[in-house]
Ligand binder design. Structure first.
Ligand code: FE
Length: 171
């Protein structure tokens, strides 16, 4: 269907937003220079929260892995979307490489281990993770999980930003 004709194309919407609508999130420094915004996750692995959606059970974050870092083997019961902003990485379980600028769809049922090759100093990827990350051993035995609530429980107070700093990412 073509776009409708609108005699007031540049007139803002004149009515209030729905009363129950949540406030928007706008983060100017989405890829932050301030190291305090990068939450340590494992050795040489950090994540930067952008939206922690507790009402729908997903989170949007940047994953940063530096040389020799590994994101532990995990299974996804729900789909994941990724966009590589910097660097390059691959999964031990697949022969493709996610290069800078790549979009990646990970289907439900995927189990994989993310590694950054030795010649890449740093990779940053924007991920939408739905549901949980279910950490497993090589034969599928459960080792733990993360969900939006474990991500919310991040203790920004430890780096001096205050315990309620995380609230700005929660919807
Ligand atoms: Fe994954």
């Amino acid at each position: 269907m073509p776009a409708p004709l609108d005699d007031n194309a540049r007139m803002p919407y004149q009515l209030p937003m729905p009363r129950e609508a949540l406030p928007e999130i706008v983060i100017a420094d989405a890829v932050p220079q301030d190291e305090r915004f990068w939450v340590p996750q494992a050795e040489n692995v950090w994540f930067r929260p952008l939206c922690l959606n507790r009402s729908q059970g997903y989170w949007m974050n940047l994953l940063r892995v530096r040389k020799a870092g590994v994101l532990s083997r995990h299974r996804h019961p729900n789909a994941v979307h990724g966009l590589v902003l910097k660097g390059r990485w691959h999964y031990l379980e697949h022969d493709w490489v996610a290069t800078e600028g790549s979009y990646v769809f990970e289907p439900p049922g995927e189990t994989h281990t993310l590694v950054v090759p030795d010649d890449v100093e740093e990779m940053i990827t924007f991920f939408q993770v739905n549901g949980i990350m279910y950490y497993v051993d090589p034969w599928g035995k459960p080792l733990g999980y993360e969900d939006v609530f474990t991500k919310i429980d991040m203790h920004f107070d430890k780096v001096g930003l205050g315990a309620d700093f995380v609230d700005r990412f929660i919807r």
